[in-house]
Design a protein around this ligand. Structure first.
Ligand code: ADP
Ligand code: MG
Length: 519
């Protein structure tokens, strides 16, 4: 016996094993899911997140909350990943997915306590998630995805988000119009839909602009602030003297030589302006700087020029107007110019924004998001982003299912029925999965101020008799009813992704029995 102990880890490494490791991971995962639980659904509350530097974000969006929370525990981070994957893949349902993952972990913990082996839990959860996905497919509405229906989908995703109780219907209409604009023969060009927030007006002033909005303003006060039927140049360069030129030392021996040198610079600068005018440019968007001298000549010639345009805006403007971005003035030809019906500069408080509307290839549209304050506008932007994503997901990824917890009630029911044909202890895990799914309608009830047990019983009864039952919240109250009639609809893809990513994270965490952290 005995002999030397063998060290395979460095002295600094920390190690937690077996049940301790499992339990600490599960606790961490559950805790993270718990933090977003109260935000679920139209009656969910918001979170205020304050960063180190004092920046404040007020939001109801699961992915945003988890991302800003700066979570360190590795298992907890996997729940954050569930939310961010959900956001990337379908753009909505982040709270649903993380709450489900947390509850799958809670159920797994009970099973482990009852000596069900982790592998059995993993197998049971996978079998159950397949049953759940099949149930979702069965729930897909076979109605045509017309504008009315899509507006319901958009409105469902926005209820309870910084939109307040203002006309969510009007916003939903704007969202669907934006998506219809970006529809092409083969899909939807999501990149053709931009969002631009601007404070100073209520959310109901949010509108759809057929074109691009850039934050920059005219480079010179003498320039026109509005140009109709404009020939547009997009220039990726500086309309200024080259650095080397400015720094060059002149060997000046008399005043006339100095004047000559300065004249030469003036001439060069004026030459830039002339080149644009000669090419027939009415409006120029420049990514670099425009020298004052150039700007003033352009102003005299009635040319509107905007400097420091971001690369993203420049390429959006180029696409919208059908112009070719030019990197050097010598290369500018009239064929490079694009066209827009109207380019105008508008003032909002202290900010000037330049609108490029009715471009030659006017596929690009911008949701001009208004809010009374920056916090409101930012939260509304997140809500509109979700709404755009759900409409696109409904159109391109397999339709819509009833919302308000109805799909979850049906999933739990289907998984419970399916459990009977699963052998051995695995059956316990399948049943536990069904119980975990119940957390979603239960939470919707809680957040509406209803008794969760009573609500669940009502929902199940109604589901058994009518085939579909949701907890529809209207104003202050919540009632059991048919979400399809009430227009509460979610994309099937959001539910599928939530089931898949939550199952994946929960089974991954449950399988870990050893945590080795090196420092
Ligand atoms: P998530 O981050 O998961 O999208 P939300 O806070 O957006 O979380 O809540 C989404 C849930 O709210 C979905 O299940 C959706 O069906 C439900 N929902 C939306 N509108 C209503 C409504 N009027 N009544 C009841 N539930 C609703
Ligand atoms: Mg949502």
């Amino acid at each position: 016996m005995g002999g030397q102990p063998m060290f395979i880890l460095s002295e600094d490494a920390e190690r937690t094993r077996g049940e301790d490791a499992q339990s600490s991971n599960i606790q961490a995962g559950k805790a993270v899911a718990e933090t977003v639980r109260t935000t679920l659904g139209p009656r969910g509350m918001d979170k205020m997140l304050v960063s180190d530097s004092g920046d404040v974000v007020i939001t109801n969006d699961g992915a945003t909350i988890l991302e800003k929370m700066d979570i360190e525990h590795p298992a907890a981070q996997m729940i954050v990943e569930v939310a961010s994957t959900q956001e990337e893949e379908v753009g909505d349902g982040t709270t649903t997915a993380s709450v489900l993952a947390g509850q799958l972990l809670a159920q797994a913990e009970d099973l482990l306590d009852d000596d069900v082996h982790p592998t059995t839990i993993v197998e049971g959860y996978h079998a159950a998630s397949q049953l759940a996905l099949d149930a979702i497919d069965d729930l897909v509405l076979d109605e045509e995805l017309d504008d009315d229906l899509l507006q319901s989908v958009a409105a469902s995703s926005m209820t309870g988000k910084g939109t307040g109780d203002i006309n969510a219907g009007a916003l939903a209409e704007t969202v669907v119009a934006a998506v219809r604009h970006a529809e092409t023969g083969d899909g939807i060009a999501r990149n053709d839909i931009a969002l631009r927030t601007q404070t100073g007006a209520g959310a109901s002033a949010t509108e759809l602009v057929e074109g691009v909005i850039t934050e920059e303003e005219p480079a010179h006060a003498a320039m026109p602030r509005s140009v109709e039927a404009a020939n547009v140049a997009v220039l990726d360069l500086d309309l200024d003297l080259q650095e080397a030129n400015i720094d060059a030392e002149y060997n000046v021996t008399d005043v006339s030589q100095l004047e000559q040198a300065l004249d030469a610079e003036e001439e060069e600068l004026a030459g830039y302006a002339d080149t644009l005018v000669d090419a027939g440019v009415d409006v120029a968007f420049v990514t670099g700087d425009i020298a004052d001298r150039v700007a003033s000549v352009l102003g005299k010639e009635d040319v509107l020029a905007v400097e420091s345009v971001s690369d993203d805006d420049a390429s959006a403007i180029a696409r919208a107007t059908g112009s070719t971005t030019v990197g050097s003035l010598q290369d500018l030809e009239s064929a490079d110019l694009g066209h827009a019906d109207s380019i105008h500069v508008e003032s909002y408080g202290g900010d000037d924004l330049t609108f490029v509307e009715g471009g030659e290839n006017a596929e690009t549209v911008t949701l001009f998001v208004r809010g009374g304050t920056e916090h409101v506008a930012d939260e509304l932007e997140r809500a509109l982003n979700d709404a755009l994503d759900v409409v696109i997901a409904a159109l391109t990824e397999g339709g819509v299912v009833p919302g308000a917890g109805a799909t979850e009630i049906a999933i739990a029911d289907a998984v419970r029925s399916g459990a009977t044909s699963v052998e051995g202890r695995k059956q316990l895990a399948v049943e536990a999965f069904a119980d975990a799914v119940d957390v979603l309608p239960r939470t919707l009830a809680e957040n509406t101020g209803l008794d969760p047990i009573d609500a669940l019983v009502d929902l199940r009864n109604r589901h058994d008799s009518e085939g579909v039952a949701g907890l529809i919240s209207e104003g202050q109250s919540g009632n059991v009813g048919d979400p399809v009639d009430a227009g509460v609809l979610d994309p099937a893809a959001v539910k599928r992704e939530a089931v898949e990513s939550a199952t994946e994270a929960a089974t991954m965490i449950a399988r870990i029995d050893d945590v080795i952290s090196s420092s």
